[in-house]
Every structure is written in C-alpha cells, then in structure tokens.
Design a protein. Structure first.
Length: 384
C-alpha cells in the first residue's frame, strides 16, 4: 500500500482556503473532517470537537507544513498521509463517519511509534473513561522492543453525536516477524478468550491486522484480517465463516461489482482482497461477523469509475448514494476523473442479527494525487 509522493494538484484546495504554502497537515485534515462531518449529519460542535481530537492525535506533525514531505512513509495511505476517512452506510439511516490515524507517524522508529500510539490510546482512555486492559494484555505480542513490519499501532474513531467516539486499535501481527504472524494471532485470540477462533479462519497469505474495540461498544470485537492474493468471485463467496452468514451469491455479487470483474476474470491481479472476521463471544467456534474489503482503486481507471461502483453497491443494498457525492466534494475540489485513489476500498460487512453495512474508505490526499490509470488493474506504486 505504499506510494511515492507525486506533484500536488492545486485544484484540490477548497475555495477560500489559505494558499497551500501556509497550510499544515492538521489544518487540512481537520478541515476535511469538519466538512465530511456535516455531510454525515454531525453537529458543528461535535465536528469541531473531533477535529481537535484528530490534531491532538497527530501530535507535533499536525503543525507540519504541507510543503514538506510526509512525516513518515506510512502505508496507511498511498501518498503517506497518516489519516484516512470512511463512511459506513446502513439502510434508512445516516452514515457513520470514522477517521483512522497513525498517532506515532512522526516517530523516528517503529518502536517509538508504538510507544507514542499506546500513550495516545491511554490518554483517550483517561479522557473518555474506558479501560485499556485488553490492549495491555497483548502489548508483548504486538509492541515489542524491536518490532518488525509495516506499522505499530493505528487508531480508528467512530464519530458519534455527543463528542465521545467509539475507539478501536489496529495492531501488527508481524511485529515479531512475518513468519510468526499466525502464531501471534492465535495466541492473541487465546488470551482474549477466543480459544477456538483461529481454527475457524479461512486460508490466506497472511494476517495484516488484528483490531480491538475499546470502550463503549455493545459487543466489543476482536477482528482478524486475512490477506487473499488473486482472489476470485467464487473464492470470495466461500470466505464467510459466521453461522448464519451471507450466502455465496451475495458476496460474489458485491465482489464483481466492486472489482469490476466479469464472469471470466481469473481474479484480483493487483492489490489483494482482505477478509475480516469478528469475534464477540468467548469460546465460540465461529465468528459473529464477516467483512470483505476490495481495493477498488487498483481496479478502476479513475475515481469517477470508483464512485459509480460504490453508488451501485449502495443502491443495491437500499442505501442513499447521493451522500457519497457530497462526501467526495467535502474532501477535495478536484474532479473524480482527474485521479485515482480518493476512494480506496469498498467493503461489505455482515454482523449477526444486523442488516449488511457498506463502508467506503476515503483518502485525504494531503500529499499527492495518483494520476488516472491507463488500464483498470493497477500495481502498487514504487517507493522512490
């Protein structure tokens, strides 16, 4: 998911905004959050509160001018912006807005990044009165003294009315080496009371993330992400392990629409698909939730195509698609056809006893806009 910064597009600066040379990472991303919050139905006061939370989470790099390179080569986004937004849609409801941030993005090492991230989560826990016992129990697995891998800790906030978000953390199963990822995930699930969970996971080519819900969740989840190279529609339909779960046809239909692949396609030959399996009940043999993530930006020529596919998925599931057009306009002034990657992932989520959710992941593009692709399957950009 890495990419080298390219030239900036001045058309992305909203009308009336200060010239780019005076702007900072924090001012850009907090402004995007405020505008996107209005689209998602947050009050002005709540959006302002969450904008301050975002800049606080970024720490000193919030004041970093955008004229400088990204503070770190985070793979949270293709242009190394340490912030990503998303909207999660349900039928007959306003979308839920989320922001993902790498709190330690300005650190000088992966170990330092993990320490900064952990302290950021603990500060949130003190502010909003939730415990971090679950995270502390796993610190030796995911935050060792000399970690490996592409990340240490990411933090996602679900921005609810009232100014108090739901919090979750993303951890790196490859912290002790990629070859030990499966062992790390199995041990983590065991410590969390999900002793039978690992054996229910589908086969894949690795475990890029383990995520934990912290704080005020009705059913806190432990979520395991599995990577699937060259995924086909038929294979995608067989990935769910929840019981009852979505039928193969529903998953395959989403896969084909999101990836834009016809019935004769051999599968995803660019960036891989991800499946996510959520566990809420200690001791259960099967997960209670399943999500399929498609990296749509690798399978479109430009964001206009990605927007069309996302709208088609939303309408199919009885969700309001026009909100997404307003969300895109809230993030950038550029035309969708002028770049690719603003819409990064499309995901279809199933949770037991709940209607399906569609989540659209949106890039900040603080540092670069990827040019439109000459073909519909893209390889990740090289790091310069």
């Amino acid at each position: 998911m890495t990419a080298a910064p390219t030239g900036r597009d001045p058309r992305r600066t909203p009308a009336g905004a200060a010239p780019r040379r005076t702007r900072t990472l924090g001012s850009l991303t907090s402004g995007q959050l405020r505008r996107l919050g209005a689209v998602a139905g947050l009050s002005r006061a709540d959006a302002e509160t969450y904008a301050r939370v975002l800049t606080d989470s970024l720490g000193p790099v919030a004041e970093r001018p955008l004229s400088l390179p990204p503070p770190t080569r985070t793979f949270l986004s293709d242009d190394h912006t340490p912030v990503e937004f998303s909207l999660s849609f349900r039928p007959d409801a306003a979308p839920s807005m989320r922001v993902l941030v790498e709190p330690g993005c300005g650190a000088d090492s992966l170990a330092h990044s993990g320490r900064v991230g952990l302290e950021t989560i603990r500060a949130m826990a003190r502010r909003w009165n939730f415990g971090t016992d679950v995270l502390d129990e796993l610190a030796d697995l995911f935050l060792p003294a000399a970690p490996q891998g592409p990340l240490a800790l990411w933090c996602a906030l679900e921005l609810r009315p009232g100014g108090v978000p739901k919090v979750k953390v993303y951890l790196n199963p490859a912290a002790h080496g990629e070859e030990r990822s499966a062992t790390t995930v199995r041990e983590a699930l065991h410590r969390l009371g999900h002793g039978r969970a690992f054996d229910s996971l589908p086969a894949g080519r690795g475990y890029p993330f383990l995520a934990l819900d912290l704080g005020d969740w009705a059913e806190p989840r432990a979520k395991v992400y599995v990577r699937h190279d060259h995924l086909t529609a038929g294979q995608a339909g067989r990935l769910p392990r929840m019981d009852p779960g979505p039928g193969p046809a529903a998953v395959e239909g989403f896969f084909r629409t999101a990836a834009g692949l016809g019935p004769d396609a051999t599968g995803l030959d660019g960036r891989p698909g991800l499946s996510c399996h959520s566990f809420t009940e200690p001791g259960a043999a099967r997960p209670s939730g399943f999500t399929l993530h498609i990296p749509v930006r690798d399978y479109v020529r430009h964001d206009g195509e990605a927007l069309t596919r996302a709208s088609r998925v939303l309408r199919h599931h009885g969700m309001e698609a026009s909100v997404l057009d307003r969300a895109v306009a809230a993030l950038t002034a550029r035309r969708p056809e002028d770049g690719v990657g603003l819409i990064a992932y499309l995901a279809l989520a199933h949770q037991r006893d709940q209607p399906p959710r569609v989540t659209v992941y949106l890039s900040s593009e603080a540092y670069a806009v990827r040019p439109p692709a000459a073909r519909t399957t893209r390889q990740p950009l090289a790091v310069s």
